[in-house]
Design a protein around this ligand. Sequence first.
Ligand SMILES: [Zn+2]
Length: 993
Amino acid sequence: MVENSVEKTPNVELNWARIGEKWRKRWAEDKIFETEPESHKKKYFLTVAYPYPNSPQHVGHGRTYTLADVHARYKRMNNYNVLFPMGFHYTGTPIVSMSQRIKSNDLELIETFLQIYKIPSEKISSFKEPKRIASFFHEEIKQGMNEMGYSIDWRREFTTIDKGYSKFISWQFRNLKKKGLIVQGSHPVGWCPQDQNPVSQHDTVGDIEPELIEYVLVKFKFEEQYVIPTATLRPETIFGVTNLWINPDIKYVIAQVNKEKWIITKEAARKLEFLNASVSIISEIDGSDLIGKSVFDETRRQLVPMFPASFVDPNNGTGIVMSVPAHSPYDYQALVDLKKDDNTLRKFAITVNIVPIKIIQTDAFPSNDSPPAESIVTRYSIRDQNDPKLEEATNKLYSEEFHNGVLLPNIDQIGNLSVIKARETIREKIIKEEIGTTMYELKNVVKCRCGTPCVVKLLTNQWFINYGDENWKKLAYELIENMEILPEEIRQEFTNVIDWLKERACARKSGLGTKLPWDNEWIIESLADSVIYMAYYLLSRHISNNLDLQKNEDMVLADNLNDSFFDYVLLGKNDRDLVAKDSKISIQLLEKIRNEFLYFYPVDSRHSGRDLVPNHLAFFIFNHAVIFPRDKWPKQIVVNGSVLMEGKKMSKSLGNIIPLRKAIYDYGADSIRLTMLASAEILQDSDFSIDLVKGIRLKLYEIYRTINTNLNIFTTSRDSFDYDVDLEDVWISSRLQHVILETTSAIEKFRIREALHNILYLMDNDLQWYEKRKLAKNKSISNNYLREFFETRIKLLSPFAPYFCEEIWEIMGNHSYISLAQWPEINQLRISLISEDNERLIQGMIIDIQKITKVTKIVPKRILIYTASRIKSKLYRKLLDRIQSQATSNFGEIMKEFVNDNEVKDLVKRNPDLVRKMIDDILSESVEVRERRMKIDSFDEAIPLQDGISLLVNEIENDHLEVNIYSEDNDDKYDPKQKSKFARPYKPAIYIE
Ligand SMILES: [Zn+2]
């Protein structure tokens, strides 16, 4: 009966839903995550990108928030006054377009809501109203965050359409405009033709940021009256053009483009319209009709033939390509293929006797060699123009020529110039002399969330934030140089973004949000109103957006907010008394808000997904750099990868989306949290699977069971135990210090997977060894050590699995919250360097003996163990010293030196092989072990070996086994087979009878 109940305990008692609810309620009742300024305490202000409430959360959304929560909880246990707030981003078109999809009865979306997220259909029909969508999912996401156990101060929650927030954003924009950073003009943007709106990452399917490229269009004359334009990124290669490529299988159009008649693809005509060309299509023409005819190149004043090629893509550029066979592997290979293709040659009645024209030389491809494209095509063994390796060959050659290329001396106007210089010179000339122009295009395929393929549009009178401003860039660089970026390897990505950012559209004609303060037709877009809002968390709870709350005297009415209020509170400008009067609040309240800002700002850590590096996080850096003084600049950014489901991206079409709240309901928040964090290091995509969740949950049960079966040690007074001082006691205590040290430093650098590996698995290995050693001696484990071990483990685990740890903390007899407990500290006195080698030696001895008995099938009656002589230990120490301090492990060098060392020369001369083996022994140890052994003065191996005999006897399962340990130096030793001479330090010799 009793046994049964012990066995059942974990499954019956550990009700994940119940403990989640229990602790959530207690935390809220005791307001333990509500944070006020406390002048005597160091603050830590941590934020994470706020969510868009336009759809429910699935497990993929949870990783960034969970990481931030772990960070908050870790800092809280390290005595920081931690503020972790949350808001909701309503701005822009995502919510509006979601409501439009519902209005137009989008069955796929409705099915997703019904089937995957189980949203009642009456609710879904109310989603035709955008704000209903927002408020529904706002609550849904908030519930999910609460159920996940996030330690958020909810009093500071706001939405970006609150009146107070709009006043704050208006202030930000007037501020930027005053500094000359908001400009109006014509600039290309990614664009949805359906919504008539610019698109950025937040508006596209799959959250893809549209990337723009600018082509130079080189105009070739055709039959006097027509222009055939080709798009190129390498205008300098015009001097190497031998022909144009036309796709014979597609239709082209003759179109009036501004004042000229162009021959281009229909797709190109459409793109040009969005770039504000006046375009009207006159007629169609087959590609095949152009082939064999020639165009006139105005740069070199010569004729160039047009040849057929199937690789020409009508969607790319103008659908006509200039061919530079000396420097483009594709062009070279297409010509080779064409020369062999008699059918095509006959069909179009053309002869091809083209000689590639070399115009660029590099060290890798000098001028007297064959054309670079030919060389590289040969080197890559390209089969034909459809060979996938062509892409790689092209990238290689383009990159080589871009970075190292110089134009040949005989090239008109640009001879001897670098490729970079030549490109710029020719580009300017072509545009100035109107023998060409430019054209923007999307580099990647991007679809708007409404399903429409995006294009590039040249917007006129559009409002832009000028991230291209040189002085602003300098400030942004300065900020990022002084900022910690985790992981550090992503810093270069940030620098690159700051480098290439230019003007960026900052307002739209539709969507939710704040109107541009000086031009009410425009609404500030979502990546512009979300860059300094972290400051608003410190104001939001003091601002009332609602007139009904006017009676609350401790708040400022949003209607009464103006720029002078924000200037005072956020920048310390203006006269305090005047600002208070203007805002119709007391001086005390104004001071309180100002002081709260001064106390908590700057942001100590900003968490976000990796996909936000090129936009949100970069803008966050830029805007802080220019609006706030240096002491208010953010201090750290933490970037994490995304979440895959069993190796695949989560998507509706794959049917592998798991709603977050359902996962919590099924498996408990703690297991979900651990799975999100344990399966990958921070920048990698983590791989989520239900099997992994179940595995982690089993591990938690196991921890729970172990602690439960030892409950007596927590309820008995600490003083009634003694600290035992057997070798294994010293060891387990020392190991615990190492685990604390290593786990803490892993968390500090966000090597979370490593930290969790220590807590969940390595600590078990330690405990098992400790128990085995005690058991072998017929001793019980030391309650004090065990108690420390469990307490430490639960504390280390608590930022990751907060409900589980609170529950166990209580079971252990504590009446405080583990969420507020002190992070384990290292006790230097408990670190025993020698204890690691003690236990390793015992472990090694047992493994070696087991191997021998297994191979020889001997049932041992007597085991003889020989430890190395003193002189060998001395030699070992000298070798270790030599290898560590002078970083050489060269056998010859070491021998040369040691044969002259009076202390060891006899041994070295007699036994060079021993020296070699000992060098190998040392090199096979980790640097950590070597450094540790350097610190140990003398080590008598016989002590741990003697101590480990009881365990050896246990493991060999022979109670009558006799074990003798001798030093090699012992003249009376029993050594029938002369084995002792094989003993080396840390590698005793073994003989079995
Ligand atoms: Zn659209």
